[in-house]
Write a protein that binds this ligand. Structure first.
Ligand SMILES: N[C@@H](CCC(=O)N[C@@H](CS)C(=O)NCC(=O)O)C(=O)O
Length: 220
C-alpha cells in the first residue's frame, strides 16, 4: 500500500511553515467534512500541513488508517497523538489551544452546555441529515436524533436570540454547526429559516472560513 505524500507549503499549510516535524498533519480530501478541520485550524491560527487522501478513489494508506480506523477524513496526527472524526478533532484542538478562546475551560459553568452543542452535530444533525437524504421514515421517539424537523426547530430556538451557539462568543461548536448548515445549503436541504440562514451567513463571512475554503480548493 502506498504511503501518501504530504502537501506542505506555506500557501497550503498554515500561517508559517516552520518545517517543524511536529507540525499537525491533517489527512484531507477536498470538498468533504475535512473542511471543518481546516476551518478550525484557521480559527486557531495553528500551523498544519494538508496530507491528501483521495477517499473517493478508495485510497487507504497505512499511516492514514492508523490515524483513522474507519478510513474517513478528517483525521489528524499531532506528534504521537492521532485523532479522527471532525467533532473529536474540534474538541481536542479547541482544548489544546485554550488561548484561542474557542472552548470554555473544563471547570467553567458553561462547559456542559458547550459539550452538548459540540455533540449536537455528530449526535443529532448528521443522522437527521441522513434521514432527510435517504427518505428514511422518521421515528422521533425511537431515534436518538429525534427527527429532521425537530433538529431544525431546536437549533432555531437556540439561535433566535444569539449571535453564536454559545451566545456572543464564537466557539468550536460554531465550526461544527455552521459547517453542517453550510453543507445543508450546498445539498439543497437548508430549512427555510431566517434565523438559520442569518447564522450561516455570519459563519461563512468569517475570514477563517474564507481561508479554509480557499485552501480546500487550492489543495484540490
Ligand atoms: N463522523 C465523521 C464522518 C467523516 C466522513 O464520513 N468522511 C467522509 C468524507 S465527507 C469519508 O472520509 N468517506 C470515505 C469513506 O468512508 O471511505 C466526521 O465527522 O469526521
Amino acid at each position: 500500500m502506498c504511503e501518501i505524500s504530504p502537501v506542505r507549503c506555506s500557501f497550503i499549510g498554515g500561517r508559517n511553515d516552520t518545517g517543524d516535524k511536529k507540525m499537525i498533519k491533517l489527512y484531507w480530501c477536498a470538498q468533504t467534512r475535512a473542511m471543518r478541520a481546516i476551518w478550525l485550524l484557521e480559527e486557531l491560527g495553528v500551523d498544519y500541513e494538508l496530507v491528501p487522501v483521495d477517499v473517493r478513489a478508495g485510497e487507504r494508506p497505512a499511516d492514514f488508517i492508523k490515524a483513522s480506523p474507519m478510513g474517513k477524513v478528517p483525521a489528524i496526527q499531532d506528534g504521537d497523538v492521532a485523532v479522527s472524526d471532525s467533532a473529536t478533532i474540534a474538541l481536542y484542538l479547541a482544548d489544546k489551544y485554550t488561548d484561542a478562546g474557542l472552548a470554555p475551560a473544563v471547570t467553567a459553568p458553561d462547559r456542559a452546555d458547550y459539550l452538548y452543542w459540540m455533540l449536537y452535530t455528530p449526535g443529532v444533525i448528521e443522522p437527521a441529515m441522513a434521514e432527510k437524504f435517504s427518505d428514511m421514515p422518521a421515528n422521533k421517539l425511537a431515534h436518538g436524533w429525534g427527527d429532521f424537523p425537530t433538529m431544525v426547530q431546536v437549533l432555531e430556538d437556540r439561535l433566535k436570540d444569539r449571535e453564536w451557539i454559545m451566545g456572543d462568543h464564537f466557539t468550536a461548536a460554531d465550526v461544527l454547526i455552521g459547517s453542517s448548515l453550510n453543507f445543508m445549503r450546498m445539498f439543497g436541504i437548508m430549512p427555510d429559516s431566517d434565523v438559520l440562514n442569518a447564522y450561516t451567513d455570519r459563519c461563512v463571512a468569517r475570514p477563517a472560513f474564507t481561508a479554509a475554503m480557499a485552501k480546500d480548493a487550492a489543495g484540490a
